[in-house]
Design a binder for this molecule. Structure first.
Ligand code: ADP
Length: 159
């Protein structure tokens, strides 16, 4: 049976932390769907198309990874594509409470879809899209924290 994992998020923009989780998931699952969730109240720096294009570009070399977007409940998306699991990254204890809440709600909505957590690689455990945007905004060095196309796109945004 084809095992499918969903890696959901805002990806505004995708960082090396996200990419690390996606790559690791792609080694365990037959298929990985990175899904840009488009229903949050957050005001994104990159619009949906830009976020999708950047993810597609930086995951281009991983054959079993594809990108999608969804505007409803994640669990409905997971059912729609017949996913076996939802993968979330855990950076620090501070992520835990929020993730527990979402996981419990998703299990309440559908107990057949398992949520799995991957602990962030140490070198990325302090990394978030928001901190990268903050540093990029003031022309700080973000090399190595985001893939090259993302670095370029951020520079362009804040030019
Ligand atoms: P969301 O708004 O859903 O939290 P994000 O784009 O911020 O979306 O994150 C998507 C997923 O990636 C989440 O599971 C988050 O915990 C994980 N993640 C974010 N940054 C990192 C990182 N540096 N290392 C590992 N996982 C991360």
């Amino acid at each position: 049976m084809n095992k499918v994992a969903v890696v959901p998020g805002s990806f505004d923009p995708i960082t090396m932390g996200h990419l690390d989780i996606i790559k690791r998931a792609s080694k365990i699952f037959d298929e990985v769907k990175v899904v840009v969730m488009n229903n949050s109240s957050k005001n994104p720096l990159f619009n949906l198309e830009e976020r999708i294009a950047l993810i597609a570009e930086v995951t281009n070399s991983i054959p079993n990874v594809s990108v999608d977007s969804f505007g409803g409940l994640l669990i409905d998306y997971a059912v729609e594509i017949e996913a076996n699991a939802i993968i979330r990254g855990l950076r620090a204890v501070s992520d835990f409470e929020y993730e527990m809440q979402i996981t419990s709600m998703n299990r309440f909505l559908n107990e057949d879809i398992e949520t799995l957590f991957m602990v962030s690689n140490n070198q990325y455990s302090f990394l978030s899209s928001s901190i990268v945007k903050e540093v990029a905004k003031y022309s700080g060095n973000i090399t190595g924290l985001v893939p090259e196309p993302v670095e370029k796109a951020l520079k362009k945004k804040f030019d």
